[in-house]
Write a protein that binds this ligand. Structure first.
Ligand code: TLP
Length: 348
């Protein structure tokens, strides 16, 4: 049976062109700066995002960690939303490994932070009682806010506050290309509203491994040292970079198809009795929906769907998340809708 796996876009498998590029990649020792394929990828990323330099890292989690280690010293504070991936899903790495203090503010449903909350959260640097505020973290698209897209104008309100107080803005842009495609703008316009950006090759762009961080040349010099410190110096990493180059060259424009499939899924779900969803809130490739009947157990629904070849996980007690990606076609969405309709009828 063909499995439709909507658990995440991290499940994407590399394209044939990626496998070919990995096989043929020219390699060297990247810790010596001698892997030509890694060097090419890092130049491409920097150019594409409009930053001075970039650095290949193992994962999005490592990218955010290394970036924040590079901005902060021990006891410094980062300000971020309570639904930020860095706060929820990165094993508290900034605290455990960096001694960095997290100050969370309520995320608005559209993925934003309230600018007034941010302004109020910034500490008085003269007061010895306070940790030092160093970084404001944004996420675009916003995973837990259902793939919400932040516009450059929204981000600019936060950047202006950061600039006024001498703080940096770090963007968790795991899905920054999804945001650019959804807005129909150059990804540079989004990256311009942050001092550092983390972006993933291994999600919707379908590369098997890898993320990059980018920013100023000084920032990346510091980040290179911190990447080594956390064990991320990768030697012949051109094997990974080769697939990431193909991801940048061939997989960005097709994200529009994933967004269309997500909208199709959301519109179909809205017509199913017992499903709660606001289809208008679906802006990219993530669809969050709930069930009207609180007595139905979500894990039970997931199990029943899995038996029909559809994989969708709950993200909390009341909501599922379905993520569209490379390898999921329009017919798969239609099959998913039929399976959800049948399953809810069976469990009712
Ligand atoms: N997100 C994963 C899970 O960890 C939840 C997913 O399935 O969506 N930032 C954002 C916004 C992310 O969504 C993710 C991964 C990361 C960072 C971390 O990337 P990796 O998994 O490469 O460490």
């Amino acid at each position: 049976m063909h499995i439709v796996d909507l658990r995440s876009d991290t499940v994407t498998l590399p394209s044939p062109a990626m496998r070919e590029a990995m096989y043929r990649a020219e390699l060297g020792d990247d810790v010596y700066g001698e892997d030509p394929t890694v060097n090419r990828l890092e130049e491409m990323v920097a150019e594409r995002l409009g930053k001075e330099a970039a650095l290949l890292v193992v994962s999005g989690t490592m990218g955010n960690l290394v970036a924040l280690l590079s901005h902060c010293g021990r006891g410094d504070e980062i300000i971020m939303g309570h639904l930020a991936h860095t706060f929820l899903y990165e094993a508290g790495g900034v605290a455990a490994l960096g001694g960095i203090h997290s100050h969370t503010l309520p995320n608005l449903p559209n993925g934003m932070l309230d600018p007034q909350d941010v302004e109020n959260a910034i500490r008085d640097p003269q007061n010895v009682h306070h940790p030092r505020s160093r970084v404001i973290c944004l996420e675009n698209t916003h995973n837990r806010c259902g793939g919400a897209v932040l516009s450059p104008a929204q981000m600019a309100t936060i950047k202006a506050i950061a600039d006024r107080h001498g703080l940096a803005v770090h963007l968790d842009g795991a899905r920054i290309f999804h945001a650019a495609i959804a807005l129909g703008i150059d990804v540079k316009e989004i990256a311009a509203q942050a001092d550092s950006v983390q972006l993933c090759f291994s999600k919707g762009l379908a590369a098997p491994v890898g993320s990059a961080i980018c920013g100023s040349a000084d920032f990346i010099r510091e980040a290179r040292r911190n990447r080594k410190m956390v064990g991320g110096g990768m030697r012949q990493a051109g094997i990974i970079a080769a697939a990431a180059i193909v991801a940048l060259e061939q997989m960005v424009d097709r994200l529009a198809d994933d967004h269309e499939n997500a909208r199709r899924l959301a519109a179909g779900l809205a017509e199913i009795n017992g499903v709660t969803i606001d289809p208008a809130a679906v802006q990219s490739n993530i669809v969050v929906f709930g069930l009207a009947d609180p007595t139905i157990s979500l894990p039970q629904v997931s199990q029943a769907l899995a038996a029909k070849g559809i994989k969708i996980n709950p993200i909390d007690k009341a909501h599922f998340r379905a993520v569209t990606h490379y390898g999921v076609e329009r017919e798969d969405i239609d099959r998913t809708l039929i399976a959800i309709r049948e399953t809810l009828a069976e469990l009712a």
